[in-house]
Design a protein around this ligand. Structure first.
Ligand code: NAP
Ligand code: G4F
Length: 326
């Protein structure tokens, strides 16, 4: 039985990955931070909480990471933990850097010392491109120009992962994942904010949805598809970095339109209010990923379409909030 250690197991991707690995017969260890209110709702969604070995730790705390890796003795480590919200990264730039940049060095050192043969996955991001592109698209060769403290911290995590591969002969991979969503997405991210907001309007418990920049475009995929790509990267004979994306992008406006349509609400524009509080100090106008390398070498491709994803998110939030219905 293979052993996997997942940091960020209580997050969106952590839950989908844990479910995927358990189905594959893995013994799954999950790093969790101490919090005053436990945060297991995503693992409960899959009913898998009792099948995971939880290890207390934090990417800010070296000793806890050393202990977690030496206890789990993993064959594979998935470093998904992060301060992952771009908007917050301007308000908490130092914390974001500590967790997303130095945190990666801390866990890499723990793996180097206590499980040197383990294969390591780092959750890198399309945010690292900023507004950089080649012919309107981004792939593994596109220059990186991060435009937020989050993206800059992730750029460090990306390069230290590559550096440990080149310096210490470790099996480390960096997945450059474009936006991926699901009903388990955090409520502050725009897709889930819209699906939740639409459901509230439909049930009569809200009358408006306040958003920022409706023009920015993202290449949105489904988290359940993307965690399979993480696993595939670690099943290769040689460690490499891969872009994971759908190759199709949509604007925030498109997402709104599709979401209101899924709930059967006409004239969606009357409910959306532009609020300056959600406009960012620096924006990424569009992301559009070319994942040809992953499709050819990993045999990976996304399954869920944009329309199916939006519909799934809206229907789940409609169900979740149905008991509040007026
Ligand atoms: P998420 O839902 O925000 O989950 C983040 C996880 O990190 C949570 O489990 C959180 O724990 C944990 N965490 C935060 N700070 C920590 C710390 N100091 N020590 C230990 N754990 C900590 O994020 P996600 O959407 O699943 O994304 C997973 C990873 O992929 C992240 O690294 C993100 O930056 C990256 N990424 C995401 C996307 C995307 O579109 N989703 C795209 C590219 C890259 P708590 O539950 O205790 O808060
Ligand atoms: O949903 P978002 O907050 O995601 P963003 O900034 O693209 O970051 C996500 O994807 C990255 C991969 O590219 C990950 F690395 C990162 O961890 C995270 O998962 O915002 C998407 C777009 C932005 O252009 C934002 O300005 O939606 C725009 N937007 C418009 N109104 C809004 C809102 N975003 C949020 N969160 N809230 C709004 O009201």
């Amino acid at each position: 039985m293979k052993r996997a250690l997942i940091t960020g197991i209580t997050g969106q991707d952590g839950a989908y990955l844990a479910q995927f690995l358990l189905e594959k017969g893995y013994e799954v260890f999950g790093l969790i931070r101490r919090t005053s209110s436990p945060n297991f709702w995503r693992l409960d969604y899959f009913g898998i909480k009792d099948r995971i070995h939880f290890l207390e730790g934090d990417l800010l705390d070296t000793e806890s990471l050393n202990l977690a890796v030496s206890t789990a003795q993993p064959d594979e480590v998935y470093n998904l933990a992060a301060q992952s919200f771009v908007g917050t990264s301007w308000k908490q730039a130092v914390l974001t850097t500590e967790v997303n940049a130095l945190g990666v060095t801390r866990i890499l050192n723990a793996v180097k010392h206590f499980a040197p043969k383990a294969k390591f996955y780092q959750a890198s991001t399309s945010e690292m491109y900023g507004n950089s592109h080649l012919n309107g698209k981004q792939d593994e060769n596109t220059p990186l120009h991060p435009r937020s403290p989050y993206a800059i911290s992730k750029l460090y995590g990306h390069w230290i992962t590559i550096n440990y591969r080149e310096s210490f002969d470790m099996f480390t991979c960096s997945g450059i994942l474009f936006n991926h969503e699901s009903p388990l997405r955090g409520i502050e991210f725009v897709t889930r904010k819209i699906s939740d907001g639409v459901a509230r309007i439909k049930h009569g418990i809200a009358s408006e949805l306040r958003l920022g920049n409706l023009d920015s475009k993202r290449d949105w995929g489904f988290s359940g598809d993307y965690v399979q790509a993480m696993w595939l990267m670690l099943q290769q004979n040689q460690p490499e970095d891969f872009v994971i994306s759908t190759g199709i992008n949509h604007s925030v406006t498109d997402f709104c339109e599709a979401a209101f349509q899924s709930a059967g609400i006409q004239n969606w524009k009357q409910y959306v209010v532009i609020d300056q509080a959600f406009i960012r100090p620096a924006e990424l106008n569009f992301l559009l990923g070319m994942s040809n390398k992953a499709r050819e070498k990993l045999g990976w491709q996304p399954k869920k379409t944009f329309e199916q994803l939006v519909d799934m998110m809206v229907k789940t939030d409609l169900d979740r909030l149905s008991h509040y219905k007026k």
